[in-house]
Design a protein around this ligand. Structure first.
Ligand code: DX5
Ligand code: ZN
Length: 233
């Protein structure tokens, strides 16, 4: 994985057909997705259950690009090696999921993955201050994690501005997760985000047999975000 701050659209397969993940990943990549965002939920850290490392490993061969695994599980540390083995490129833990964030991100890098830290809406930006030199991505949750299709929480715009200033020249992605649409994405891109996760807004109206809406949805989010960062579209 190379680093840059261009806008990247990461469809969340939480909004895809759960019976057809392989084809959904390949289709959405063909339609212009930059990364594939994989939401792992445990029914304990968040009030919903999705799937675990075996499903991630099964999906992996169907993804050509970046597999971005968002762990909404607590504890996370005992499972990091399994998710790395499953082929995660980016492995993100929640700052709220355990007492030893510094150890968790170190473990992720030692396993050969890019290390991400996700922050719930109520968690301040400075939760990552003392791990900034050890991480590759900060995921700002713009909904309370657990479900797709929720409304964007706009208090997180200021958090992204603060994080962008804190990061300085460090090669750290700012990812936004929750409620991203062509209306909300530009607000976050202008504040300093470069990776935009979108579930419902990408998968709506399409399917593996009718993939064109996926492409249209991705292009609409990207164009709105790039306009806000001054990239000509
Ligand atoms: C929420 C997940 C998100 C979610 C985004 O817990 O982490 O990735 O799928 O879905 P939308 O884009 O529908 O808000
Ligand atoms: Zn997510």
């Amino acid at each position: 994985m190379t680093f840059d701050r261009s806008i990247k659209i990461a469809p969340s397969i939480l909004a895809a057909d759960f019976a057809n993940f392989g084809a959904e990943c390949a289709t959405v990549e063909e339609q212009g997705a930059d990364w594939i965002h994989v939401d792992v939920m445990d029914g304990h850290f968040v009030p919903n259950i999705t799937f675990g490392p075996a499903t991630c490993a099964a999906i992996r061969p169907h993804i050509k690009g970046v597999m971005d695994v968002h762990l909404m599980i607590a504890p996370a540390d005992p499972y990091l090696a399994e998710f790395a083995k499953a082929g995660a490129d980016v492995l993100t833990v929640h700052a709220e999921a355990g007492p030893h964030l510094h150890r968790s991100v170190q473990m992720i890098r030692d396993l050969g993955c890019k290390a991400g830290v996700a922050l719930n809406p109520a968690t301040p930006a400075n939760a990552v201050e003392y791990v900034l030199d050890r991480i590759d991505l900060i995921c700002v949750m713009t909904v309370n994690p657990g479900f797709g299709g929720q409304s964007f929480i706009d208090s997180q715009i200021e958090k992204v501005r603060q994080l962008r200033a804190m990061i300085g020249d460090r090669p750290i992605h700012i990812e936004i997760d929750g409620g991203m649409t062509p209306t909300t994405a530009p607000l976050m891109a202008a504040a300093g985000a470069d990776v935009l996760v979108a579930g419902s807004a990408v998968f709506k109206g399409g399917s593996v047999t009718n993939p064109a809406p996926y492409g249209e949805n991705i292009r609409a989010i990207r164009a709105a975000a790039e306009k806000a960062t001054g990239v000509l579209v």
